[in-house]
Design a binder for this molecule. Structure first.
Ligand SMILES: Cc1ncc(COP(=O)(O)O)c(C=O)c1O
Length: 276
C-alpha cells in the first residue's frame, strides 16, 4: 500500500518500487484486479497487504486499512463488485531485549476495526471480513536459543564471549544488525557483572549476537547462554553457513523435554557430496 513500516529497511515490504506487492499509486493493483476479473476461472474474494515486520506502532496499519478501503471503493465504482475480505498481514513487533517496544495488540485491534468501520461507512461499503497474519508475535516469544560458550577472550578494554552457534542458526544480527540479550543459565553465580560482546563461531567479524551485555565476570567455556525470543525467524532462517550444521529443536513443558527436530549431522552434509 505504499507504506514504510518495520524495524529495518530490509524488512519493509509495504513501500512502492520494490519486489513485493502491486502498487496502489502506479495503478498496478487496479490493473491486476481487472486482469483477475477477466479470468472466468478466478474468483476475486478480497485484498491483501503486508506492510513489513517488527512494526511497533499501530499507525501504519491504520493507514494501510484506509488505503485498502480506498481501493475497495474504486473497485466497486469501476467494476460494480464489493469484495468480502480484507487481509492486512502481520508484522507485529515483539521485544527482543528488555525495554524494547512491542506492538500493543489490543490497541491494534481497536484502531484497525474503528478505521475499517469508519472507512467503509464513508465509502458506503459493507464491512469485509478482516484477517491478520501474525507470525513472529506468536512464535517468537515461545522459543529460547541455548548456546554453549566455547571461549572467552579478554582484551585491554573488552570481553568477547564466543559461542557454538551464531549466524548459521540465526542470520538476523548479520543481515540487519539485530542484537539480543543473552543471559547465563545452568549455574548460580555471585560474580559481579561485566560488559561483554557475545560472538558466534563463524568465520566473519560481523558474527555478533550481542553487544555490551552484562554477563557474570566469571563466565567461562562450558557455560550456557540463553537467548530469549528465538522462536521465529531463527531456525527457519538457519543455513548451512560454514557447514556448521543446524541445531535441534527441543520442546519443553512441565519439566519434560522432547526433541522435535534433530541436530543436523556431518553425515547429513556428507550425503550430498558426490565426490570425484
Ligand atoms: C504475507 C505475510 N504475512 C505475514 C507475515 C508474518 O510477519 P511477522 O512474522 O512479522 O508477523 C509475513 C512475513 O514475512 C508475510 O510475508
Amino acid at each position: 500500500p505504499g507504506i514504510a513500516a518495520g524495524g529495518h529497511t530490509k524488512i519493509r515490504t509495504g513501500t512502492d518500487d520494490q519486489k513485493f506487492g502491486l502498487s496502489l499509486t502506479d495503478g498496478s493493483a487496479q490493473h491486476a484486479v481487472t486482469r483477475i476479473l477477466d479470468q472466468p476461472h478466478l474468483e476475486l474474494v478480497g485484498l491483501h497487504c503486508h506492510i513489513g515486520s517488527q512494526v511497533d506502532s499501530v499507525k501504519p496499519y491504520v493507514a494501510a486499512v484506509r488505503r485498502m478501503v480506498g481501493l475497495m471503493a474504486r473497485i466497486r465504482d469501476q467494476h460494480g463488485i464489493t469484495l468480502p475480505q480484507l487481509n492486512i498481514g502481520g508484522g507485529h513487533a515483539i521485544a527482543y531485549r528488555p525495554g524494547e517496544e512491542h506492538l500493543n495488540i489490543s490497541a491494534l485491534a481497536q484502531r484497525v476495526r474503528a478505521e475499517l468501520e469508519d472507512g467503509c461507512a464513508r465509502a458506503h461499503l459493507p464491512l469485509p471480513r478482516l484477517t491478520i497474519e501474525p507470525g513472529r508475535a506468536i512464535a517468537g516469544p515461545a522459543g529460547v536459543a541455548v548456546y554453549r560458550v566455547l571461549a572467552v577472550k579478554r582484551t585491554g578494554t573488552r570481553t568477547f564471549v564466543a559461542v557454538d552457534g551464531g549466524m548459521s542458526d540465526n542470520p538476523r544480527p548479520a543481515l540487519y544488525g539485530v542484537r539480543y540479550a543473552p543471559r547465563l543459565v545452568g549455574r548460580p553465580t555471585t560474580a559481579p557483572p561485566r560488559l561483554a560482546t557475545v560472538v558466534g563461531r563463524h568465520c566473519e567479524a560481523g558474527d555478533i549476537l550481542a553487544d555490551d551485555v552484562a554477563l557474570p565476570g566469571d563466565i567461562h567455556p562450558g557455560d550456557l547462554l540463553a537467548l530469549p525470543a528465538a522462536g521465529a525467524y531463527h531456525l527457519s532462517m538457519a543455513s548451512g553457513y560454514n557447514l556448521i550444521g543446524r541445531p535441534p529443536v527441543v520442546a519443553v513443558s512441565n519439566g519434560t523435554a522432547r526433541t522435535l527436530v534433530r541436530r543436523e549431522s556431518q553425515d547429513d552434509m556428507n550425503r550430498r557430496d558426490i565426490g570425484l
